[in-house]
Design a binder for this molecule. Structure first.
Ligand code: COA
Length: 195
């Protein structure tokens, strides 16, 4: 393995605005509470995530209020995924810092109406670029449960490598779930992006 390279870049204690071809990733505001609650309070979204269900406006308000302090403590960055042209809120993506200037972990979900159009892959590509280029990370990982192959497919499309399965490492709604681990390292990402 190469030596650890600790980059001295800015960019991991505030939530920046990121633009992609079809999306704007921005911080959540209290104006998002009702739409966020409607999107998250869906069994189809809750089934493969750890978000509370039923999901209430109180959950949304408390969660949004936690974002700026978490960023300031350098624990992680949470973005609202919105349509770049209509500004419609579609979901969320998070980059949680597992180890300063070293390991980040992606977490994400979209409202069901927005699945299957490549939005999450597009959003996550922007967050990978941010994590490697601005936040100084060397490894970005992501995990999904065995009942969620679509999320695994997103990880594969991001160029992540499957590293293994943590057997029965999660539990949801009375069922033990295997957790599949993926990751990409900065040089792999650079090769994939820059050729
Ligand atoms: C997982 C999720 C984020 C994917 O977002 P998305 O924008 O639909 O993802 P994309 O369109 O970028 O890619 C989805 C891929 O999964 C594939 N897919 C969808 N359902 C699948 C299934 N049942 N089995 C295998 N692949 C599947 C799609 O065909 C697509 O791959 P392709 O481009 O090669 O055709 C979205 O479904 C979601 O929010 N689910 C609920 C919450 C959740 O599970 N979050 C992740 C927790 S780890």
């Amino acid at each position: 393995m190469p030596n650890v390279h600790v980059a001295h870049t800015q960019g991991w204690d505030t939530i920046p605005r990121l633009e992609t071809q079809r999306l704007t990733l921005r911080p959540f505001t209290t104006d998002d509470i009702s739409t966020l609650t409607r999107l998250a309070n869906d069994r189809a979204v809750a089934r493969t995530t750890t978000i509370p269900f039923p999901y209430t406006e109180t959950h949304a308000r408390e969660w949004i209020a936690s974002h700026a302090p978490a960023a300031a403590r350098r624990e992680g960055l949470v973005w609202a995924i919105t349509d770049r042209f209509t500004a419609r809120l579609m979901g969320t993506i998070e980059l949680r810092f597992r180890s300063p200037r070293h390991v980040g972990e992606l977490g994400y979900w979209l409202g069901k109406a927005f699945w299957g159009r490549g939005y999450m892959t597009e959003a996550a590509r922007a967050v990978l670029a941010y994590g490697f280029e601005q936040a100084g990370l060397y490894r970005i990982q992501a995990k999904h449960w065995h009942n969620n192959p679509a999320s695994g497919r997103v990880m594969q499309k991001l160029g992540m490598t499957y590293e293994g399965t943590l057997r029965a490492a999660a539990a949801r709604w009375g069922e033990y779930l295997d957790v599949l681990v993926y990751a990409i390292l900065k040089p792999e990402w650079e090769r994939a992006v820059k050729g």
